[in-house]
Design a protein around this ligand. Sequence first.
Ligand SMILES: [Ca+2]
Length: 576
Amino acid sequence: MKRRDFVRGIGGTAAAAMLPGFQKVMAASHSPRPNIFMIFTDDTPQKDHGCYGNSHVRTPNIDRFASEGMVFNNAYTPAPMCGPSRACLYTGLYPIRNGAHPNHASVKPNMKSMAHYMKAVGYRVIILGKQHIRPAQYFPFEEYDVNLGFDGPGEDIRKILADPGDKPLCVMMNHFQTHWPFNHRGGINTDPEQVEIPAYLVDTSETRTMRSKYYSEIEFVDRAVGRVLDLLKERNMEENTLTIYASDHGSHWPHEKWNLYDAGIKVPFIARWPGKIEPGSSTDALVSLVDIIPTFIDVAGGNPERVVLDCGGEPLDGKSFLPVMLGKKTEHHDAIYGVMTFGVVTGYPMRAIRTRNYKYIWNIDSHFTYPDYWATNLPNTQMEWGVWSSWLRKAGTNPVAAKVVQKNLYRPPDELYDLRTDPHEMNNLAGDPSKRGLLDEMRGRLHVWMKEQGDAGDSAYHMEADQEVKHLDRMWCRQPVVNVKIYATRQLAFDEQGTVSLTSPLWKATIYYTTDGSEPNRNSTLYENPFVVDPPVVIKARGYDGDIVTPVRTTPFREIGPTLLYKEWYIPKNHN
Ligand SMILES: [Ca+2]
């Protein structure tokens, strides 16, 4: 990059800071550019903090910090998994564009990141603790304390702050908690009777015991955050510093991490900047972790678009919310987006759009049972399975518990929620005729955004189409056909009728079906919405997408079964 272009890109003050001999002068001036210090925890959802209204969990240090800065009530991660969330944070791009959309994946070649951009505006860019980004060459941070102490700031940051050098600092302080397993609690033992059980969990003694360990973990990380804040105070790093507390996504519970419900994607975000941000303030503006890069560049005095262009980066998906922090604006985005793809560990592909009031989720692989980690009885999931088993036992006699289990495992293609009245997203409005217009609008906006992102919305099956051995097929018994799901019309009662839903892994495949035993073709009944049938009946369906035609799916439906008052007539393919 030519220096002239660079100077134009980052503006006079910032560019002057790069000139030889200027930095020491600037450091001694009355208005040096601020340090940026972001404390980032792992798997800590917004709702589980005292300052966000949870009266059961104890977070006195974070609550005190909140009283000194601005609390963001509507901050979101684009992806509910460690690696993808962080890739969005550091690149300023949503998951499909930066490439790291499956967990533990690499970003696309030649991606530019926070380290490039903040160095370009004259900062020393440091990462401590958890990284979970790859490959390392595209994230050229100064790396320290990669095994960051669980209970405090660690020795490396003490040394850095004792002798920070001439440049302003941009520091990511990434804690490893409150990530599963909940076993770093520092001797804190929360009473199982004193925890909150949200509506999407089943209240059993096993849940409460696990929940109490999780709450202890939150209190433990709160103490660690308190020690970091104490260190900043000791080092006189409060005044001219934008200090942020945030987390990457929801916790390791059903309906949270690996999900696009708010419990999975709504994150804490608190910003303190004495003299700039009003203490004790809050905002409802919709912001996303993809906004962090442009916001940081803006805080540093750079022009985000020019800096990104001059560094050779892709145009950012986010935009600076500095005006919100400074109290000059109350709105930011009118919608944010969530992406969950297939991949390592668990979960299946989903996309979501979230406006101020509503959420629409598209379950791309809804024709498969949701592969929840907790419901998987494997050698490495026995702690989760112990809790889940208690849910299944309770579901046998308790309709509320049965509904929670069923909702988690069997998801319709469309989910629509009104977050004002239903913050836990338990009451799906997608089938409500009065919400049809809203559903179409939200779905339309999501599809437009996906096209802009270059997101084909592939099912997990498609993503593996070129692989000789379809690992996920083997694990979850996936099939590239039209899939038929039948459930009791009244879902929590024995019923003589069933509601049939037809889906296909082929994006936008058109499905035709028959119920009279004849072979389906393009002249058969077009599938548009779930429909009701009386057993016994044979449903035959076939999907069409351009030249692609699926095999005929034949599903005999004889009765509604007693298992959780629900029966899925999906017959797994034999892979042996
Ligand atoms: Ca995480």
